[in-house]
Design a protein around this ligand. Structure first.
Ligand code: G3P
Length: 217
C-alpha cells in the first residue's frame, strides 16, 4: 500500500516526509488555487521533497491541449504524474501519454466501468473519489471493491489510488480490499500513528522503568 499526501502545503509535507513513510503526493487545481502559488513552482518544490509519484493535473478539456499541458508538467521533474479527468478526451490523452512513457493518474472516477476504461487506456493510476460518493449518498468503498475485482479479473496493471479519503475507516477498508495506493489529507496520515492505548501503555512502561533507577546507556 503506497501512502500519498493530498496537499500543496509544502511545510507540512516536509515535516511528514521526515517519517520516511510518505510515498508520493497528489494535487489538483483546487489545492493549487489554495496554495496561492505558481503551479510550476509548487510542483517543482514538492518533487524535490518527495521522490515518489507527484500528481499534477491538466486544466484543458480537449485531448490535444491536455497533451501539450501534460508534456509541460511532465518536464518539471521525472517523478511528475500527469493527472487527467476521466472523460473521453482525457482518455484519448492518456493513450498518448502511455505510448510516450509519461505516468498518468486518471481522476474524478466514480464507477467501475469508468475505471475499466481508464485501465484500457493505459492509465498508471486511477483515482476513485470515495468521500464524494459518500457525500452523494452512495457507498464509496463499495466502488473500490468493484474496481479491485474488475482489475483482477482482467489482470490490468493500472493501480487503484483511493482518493477523496475522509477518515481512517475509509483507509482501513481500502487496505483490507487491497487497493494499491491511497492519497490522504495530512490529518488522516497523522492519525494513522495514533491510539490512546499506545500512549497509555508507553506512559506506564516509562513510569515503571523510572522506578528502577537504571539507564540503558
Ligand atoms: O485530490 C484528489 C482527491 O483526493 C480530492 O478529494 O473530495 O477531498 O476534494 P476531495
Amino acid at each position: 500500500m503506497q501512502l500519498f499526501l493530498d496537499t500543496t502545503d509544502t511545510a507540512t509535507l516536509r515535516a511528514l516526509a521526515e517519517t520516511g513513510l510518505v510515498d508520493g503526493v497528489t494535487t489538483n487545481p483546487t489545492l493549487i488555487a489554495k496554495s496561492g502559488r505558481n503551479m510550476t513552482e509548487v510542483i517543482a518544490e514538492i518533487c524535490e521533497i518527495i521522490q515518489g509519484p507527484v500528481s499534477a493535473e491538466v486544466t484543458a478539456v480537449e485531448a490535444a491541449a491536455m497533451i501539450k499541458e501534460g508534456e509541460k508538467l511532465a518536464a518539471i521533474a521525472p517523478n511528475v504524474v500527469v493527472k487527467v479527468p476521466l472523460t473521453v478526451e482525457g482518455l484519448k490523452a492518456v493513450q498518448t501519454f502511455s505510448q510516450s512513457g509519461i505516468m498518468t493518474n486518471v481522476t474524478l472516477c466514480f464507477s467501475a466501468l469508468q475505471a475499466l476504461m481508464a485501465a484500457k487506456a493505459g492509465a498508471t493510476f486511477v483515482s476513485p473519489f470515495v468521500g464524494r460518493l459518500d457525500d452523494h449518498g452512495a457507498e464509496g468503498m463499495g466502488l473500490i471493491q468493484e474496481i479491485r475485482t474488475v482489475f483482477d479479473n482482467y489482470d490490468f496493471d493500472t493501480e487503484i489510488l483511493v482518493a477523496s479519503v475522509r477518515s481512517l475507516s475509509h483507509l482501513k477498508e481500502a487496505v483490507l480490499i487491497g487497493a494499491d495506493c491511497a492519497t490522504l489529507p495530512p490529518s488522516v496520515f497523522q492519525d494513522m500513528f495514533k491510539h490512546p492505548l499506545t500512549d497509555r501503555g508507553l506512559d506506564a512502561f516509562l513510569a515503571d522503568w523510572a522506578k528502577t533507577g537504571q539507564s540503558i546507556l
